[in-house]
Design a binder for this molecule. Sequence first.
Ligand SMILES: Cc1cc2nc3c(=O)[nH]c(=O)nc-3n(C[C@H](O)[C@H](O)[C@H](O)COP(=O)(O)OP(=O)(O)OC[C@H]3O[C@@H](n4cnc5c(N)ncnc54)[C@H](O)[C@@H]3O)c2cc1C
Length: 386
Amino acid sequence: MSTPSDTPFDIAVAGAGIFGLSIAHRAIKQGLRTLVLEAAHVGAGSSGGLLGALMPHMPARWNPKKEFQFQALLCLQDHIRQLEADTGLSCGYARCGRILPLTTQDKLDHHLERAEESKLRWQPDKTGFTYEVEPAGSRSDWLDAAAAPYGIVYETLAARTSPREYLAALAAFVRRHGCLAETAGVTGFDEASGTVFLANGETIKAKTLVLAGGFSTFDLIRRFTGERIGRGEKGQALLLDGKGLEDRPAIYCDGLYVVPHGNGTVAIGSTSDRDFEDATPSPARTAELVERASRFCPQLHGREILSEWAGIRPRCNKRDPLVGCLPGQRSLYAATGGYKISFGIAHLVADCLVSEIEGVDARQKLPQTFVPEHHFGLNRLDSDGF
Ligand SMILES: Cc1cc2nc3c(=O)[nH]c(=O)nc-3n(C[C@H](O)[C@H](O)[C@H](O)COP(=O)(O)OP(=O)(O)OC[C@H]3O[C@@H](n4cnc5c(N)ncnc54)[C@H](O)[C@@H]3O)c2cc1C
């Protein structure tokens, strides 16, 4: 790899997924000399997918994590518009809104309460975003009325982006203002000398290393801390021809997301498989996803399947992402485990992590459930060190 080896980088980031690239982007904006080291290629991990749903948590039982994600979604549009202006590349972003079907009286009652709480949490007068229950039959030209006998929730905060376009824009920014090396997997780090070890035998000097390698990061973290604090979970998605559906809201129904995109496609994404052999898509699962989605969304029926994709997303044992300096280390950080919401929060996670590295206040305080203390110590799966 050709990089000037005499001057150490301020920050090296292992992994060019949404977390790694967002951290590198933020670090560059802060004026840090930044290098991204990617084992394969940009988007090789779970960030290189198709769905791109940017969905808020429910406005109920509010907590710091929900507030963090809410603030992240509020400022994501400006962040993306600035990135698009900086790079001249579209990220396929739009505030599309979301429909949730209400299938029982219980659910209707619950969501009426949530709609009430949203007035406090989402502050529609100030933000313009609403979470409302609509009667049965509402928006039935998109979500079949039979799938929502007790009505629907329609909320306007949800958005979507094209994961691949968003990554490409971040990568273009990093290449232009920092360094990005592909086929450069990180295997180790010596804090004392600031040496990053690569799979090809080369070394790089960096004052700080951030591990953002998706689910593989859990192996590296274990090598440094002796603890395995997470695992991978497989999920599958596909793209259908969606001409004429570009402006429809996203739907979450029957454990599936249906997300129309501005380029005339509709993405469908599944819930996860804990047990998996590899990250290749299964044709049987694709057929099942299309069949299930077409049942509640008849407009999808008979549309051409354009592509299929599967990925393994990182999931911390404690569910929430891990963001911060690893226990017992001074300049070795990790950011992983965003699980289902990484694209909506990565820019704010990046701001928090780079602020921590710089020793300055972040725009938004990181929830306590994201910090390393929450993840280590109590959830040891192995006791054999490495
Ligand atoms: C089917 C499916 C649908 C999803 N839908 C959504 C959605 O709609 N919205 C949403 O927000 N999230 C969604 N997710 C989750 C989201 O994709 C992940 O949470 C997110 O991509 C994780 O990003 P990451 O940067 O942490 O890891 P990854 O994207 O997995 O990136 C890790 C990168 O690091 C590289 N790497 C690994 N080890 C090393 C190493 N040692 N050195 C250097 N590089 C390394 C890998 O090659 C990879 O490129 C979905 C996931 C799946 C599977």
